[in-house]
Design a protein around this ligand. Structure first.
Ligand code: SF4
Length: 227
């Protein structure tokens, strides 16, 4: 996994995203002017024996693109790790920087696209170009049984991954929704609204809703026998 993380962090396959992630890292947000930004693709992280894998959209320009760890250093991450802590997947309810001591148990946190995109919107071509990194990561997580897709973009990426990786994908293809569930191969896939401020500030996604999805994921992950 460390070798994979190094390979991901060196990727420059998407010119538009390389330019954006590096520009954000150079120009910085005023509040972080004294910090050195990561400014590279962000690998997934967590427990290599994870049963539950959480898949987001992409690093935030001044969140994970700054700190170098998924969902770390922004409000979305605060919301997510607080909920993960409530169900026992995260050691503390906060995620500040990549050496803050936070540890994940039974969980892996990653994203469909590894570079911060302008306006948080990668193109379908960028999603597909980045997908092999998710495929490789999942191959290195042999205990993973539950994929929690944080938003429709991650859902679409996971469907594309599964279409190539398993023979039993449901037809028609399952539509994304908060609480949508289907099984494919060794995985149960669960949809969850993305913990973006657009969703959490408006009440579209509450802490209770997020905790309920994560509790379901933990129960399903533990229920699956090892292969
Ligand atoms: Fe590479 Fe993915 Fe970043 Fe594109 S988005 S440059 S494929 S890591």
């Amino acid at each position: 996994m460390e070798t994979l993380a190094d390979r991901i962090a060196a990727c420059r396959a998407c010119p538009r995203l390389v330019e954006w992630r590096e520009r954000c890292a150079r120009e910085k947000r005023r509040a972080f002017a004294g910090e050195e930004y990561w400014g590279r693709p962000v690998p997934g992280w967590g427990d290599p024996a994870a049963r539950v894998v959480l898949i987001g959209l992409a690093p935030a320009a001044h969140g994970a693109n700054r700190t170098g760890r998924m969902f770390t250093g922004d409000r979305s991450g605060d919301f997510l790790y607080r909920a993960m802590h409530e169900v026992g997947l995260a050691s503390v309810p906060a995620s500040r920087h990549r050496h803050d001591g936070l540890a994940l148990t039974g969980a892996w946190v990653t994203a469909a696209v590894r570079c911060a995109p302008p306006a948080n919107r990668p193109t379908p071509e960028e999603r597909d170009r980045c997908l092999p990194w998710l495929t490789e990561e999942l191959e290195l997580l042999p205990e993973a049984r539950v994929l929690v897709c944080l938003g429709g973009f991650a859902w679409a990426a996971v469907l594309r991954h599964l279409a190539a990786a398993v023979s039993s994908l449901p037809r028609p293809r399952p539509a994304f929704g908060h609480g949508a569930v289907f099984t494919a191969g060794r995985y149960t896939v669960i949809g969850c609204f993305h913990p973006s401020q657009q969703n959490t500030f408006t009440g579209r996604l509450t802490t209770e809703m997020m905790v309920a999805i994560l509790s379901q994921a933990v129960d399903l992950g533990l229920a699956h026998p090892p292969l």
